[in-house]
Design a protein around this ligand. Structure first.
Ligand code: AMP
Length: 589
């Protein structure tokens, strides 16, 4: 069923940054988008932190508020652009004093606290590469990512260090320095960030980075193998800035709240960089999701543009529209969402509860910025991800038996016209396109075919060019907006002595989108029991943290392909009572 489109007035369209969609697409060039930024004054290079902070940190705008941080106890701290410039200079000097050189990787394992913004932007100033980690990960995913990226510095808190790093640190020879921020006892082999910042100089000349120098390393998961480290360069800031302008309608006088966790790509591209490049005020809330708290933040902070995620919106929707009416949301003018399918009911609920629809948009770690979006002045089609941004060419490619785009002698076939369905693909060339998977050229090369970047998503397109999400073309799971690689979960469970083999799937969940479920076959001598189930769930939770399975079933007859791999697709179809599809590769015993 298709829902009624939500039509905007001609005035809304005229007042939006995008204006007329077709015209904006016709006239847009990345060169012109680049000219909206400043570039480094002396070296004519490009540095994300200069665009985000320093260019606003002189004259009048130095006093403008860059960050409004709400701590867990509702205390609000304001940091101006001038202050942020000085703090990030100090951080860059700390790295310099520690002997960190350009291109080395600095990891953050932090929640939403001011040190996060200072570390990320300070590292970029120093020419380092920032690798943000999800602080709800358990010790194994954290250590694995630090190993792959050969992290030289980690910024974290005493509690996270004690729980996730201290026991794995011996296996991380590249990790030379750990900077701890916030309360907690001192730990051997670490430095207190507050002390280091206090002793560092507040002046710093930003490293002369070039547009193609590496700046960000974001980890993402595939179906098989270890996590992939997607590398982004300083030029990405051109896309962060332009896509926030068109897709989020962002302006310098906005109060912008992005609720994404800082460990995932949205938390950097839009949770830090894009709003600051626009000179807007960034709201950051240390607290976790809580319906009343979130309405209060929107109301008390007078948030104008809100970028959030479907799971959170579904949790708000559970309480209906009434709670929203108790808060003054009159400052709010635009709401957008990303990360997982946004059901049409939520778009329509928001129309009632917030007085405006949610604007869904689509992108992924590899694309670095929004690619497909519903726009402020354009009709919103509930359930659709919208249309490609200016500067972005999308297409749908015919799929083969494995569900991915069919590549025949290097060629793919584009599905033409209306009501097409296929693997969503993009023509490379936008500035925030990833430049590689770290140490994994083969996987990078496999992401392209015939001049297209293959996204791994299946989508449909209607007659007016709106894209509709259909599903993943692979086995990757999206749970509460977090991308979970089944292989990583399976590998962790395989370490338990009772486990012979594991298959992990995503099972639909009304709030989280998908929940992780594991099917386990046991080694001989072990019997299924409730006690063992509990033990295995706890075992994986200790290792993996928030991405561990929520459900576990024993299955001594896991289906295999002829090449011996567990057939997750079949496990999923059986679990959901769906047709079992093409079983030609199933091993029959
Ligand atoms: P990540 O790389 O972790 O940001 O995850 C990217 C994936 O999330 C995409 O490839 C999609 O599968 C999913 N995704 C992102 N945005 C949307 C959306 N608006 N609708 C449906 N799925 C989405």
């Amino acid at each position: 069923m298709r829902w009624e489109p939500i039509v905007k007035s001609e005035n809304t369209r005229k007042a939006s940054n995008l204006g007329d969609y077709e015209r904006a697409r016709r006239e847009f060039t990345w060169e012109q988008a680049r000219s909206a930024l400043s570039g480094l004054p002396r070296t004519r290079g490009l540095n994300i932190a200069y665009e985000a902070v320093d260019r606003h940190a002189f004259g009048e705008s130095a006093r403008a508020c860059a960050l409004r941080w709400i701590d867990k106890h509702d205390e609000v701290t304001r940091i101006s652009y001038g202050e942020l410039r000085e703090l990030t200079n100090r951080f860059a000097n700390v790295l310099h004093d520690l002997g960190i050189t350009g291109g080395e990787r600095v990891y953050t394992l932090l929640g939403r606290i001011p040190a996060l913004y200072v570390s990320v932007l300070g590292t970029l100033k120093a020419g380092g590469v920032v690798a943000p980690l999800f602080s709800a990960f358990g010790p194994e995913p954290v250590a694995e990512r630090l190993r792959i990226g050969e992290g030289a510095v980690l910024v974290t808190t005493p509690r996270l260090y004690r729980n996730k790093i201290s026991q794995v640190r011996a296996g991380l020879p590249h990790l030379r320095h750990v900077l701890l921020v916030g309360e907690g006892e001192a730990q051997p082999g670490t430095v207190r960030l507050e002390d280091a910042l206090a002793h560092a100089s507040p002046t710093y000349e930003i490293a002369a980075t070039a547009p193609e120098d590496a700046a960000l390393l974001h980890f993402t998961s595939g179906t098989t193998g270890s996590p992939k480290g997607a590398v982004h360069v300083h030029d990405a800031v051109v896309a962060h800035h332009a896509t926030a302008y068109y897709g989020l309608d962002l302006r310098p006088d906005d109060v912008f709240w992005c609720t994404a966790d800082p460990g995932w790509v949205t938390g950097t591209s839009y949770g830090i960089v894009a709003p600051l490049t626009h000179g807007a005020t960034l709201v950051s809330d240390e607290g976790e999701f809580d319906a009343r708290r979130w309405y209060r933040v929107l109301s008390e902070q007078r948030v104008t543009v809100w970028y959030t995620a479907p799971t959170a919106l579904r949790m708000l929707m559970r309480h209906g529209s009434e709670p929203a009416s108790r808060y003054d949301l009159s400052a709010l003018r635009y709401v957008a969402s990303v990360g997982e399918p946004l059901n049409p009911e939520v778009v329509v609920w928001a129309q009632d509860a917030l007085g405006m629809p949610v604007h869904d948009n689509w992108w992924q770690t590899e694309t670095g910025a929004i690619m497909i979006s519903n726009f402020p002045g354009e009709e919103v089609r509930p359930g659709s991800m919208g249309r490609p941004l200016p500067g972005i060419e999308a297409g749908l490619l015919e799929r083969g038996d494995d569900g991915r785009a069919r590549v025949d002698q290097g060629r793919v076939r584009e599905m033409p016209g209306a009501d097409a369905e296929g693997e969503l693909a993009l023509r490379p060339g936008w500035p925030s396109m990833f430049r590689g998977y770290l140490h994994d050229d083969a996987r990078y090369a496999a992401s392209f075919a015939d001049g297209w970047y293959l996204t791994g998503d299946i989508a449909a397109r209607d007659a007016d060019g709106y894209y509709w999400f259909v599903g993943r073309a692979d086995d990757v799971i999206k749970s509460a907006g977090h991308l979970v690689g089944p292989f990583e979960v399976e590998s962790a469970l395989m370490e338990h002595p009772a486990v012979a083999e594991v298959g992990v799937i995503g099972k639909p969940d009304p709030v989280a989108g998908e929940r992780v479920k594991a099917f386990v076959s046991l080694r001989s001598g072990h019997q299924p029991s409730e006690e063992l189930r509990g033990e295995l769930l706890a075992f994986s939770r200790r290792r993996l943290g928030a991405v561990a399975p929520k459900e576990l079933a024993f299955d001594d007859d896991l289906p295999h392909t002829r090449s011996g791999k567990v057939m997750r697709r079949l496990l999923r179809s059986r679990e959901l009572g769906l047709p079992e599809g093409d079983l030609s590769t199933l091993e029959r015993t």
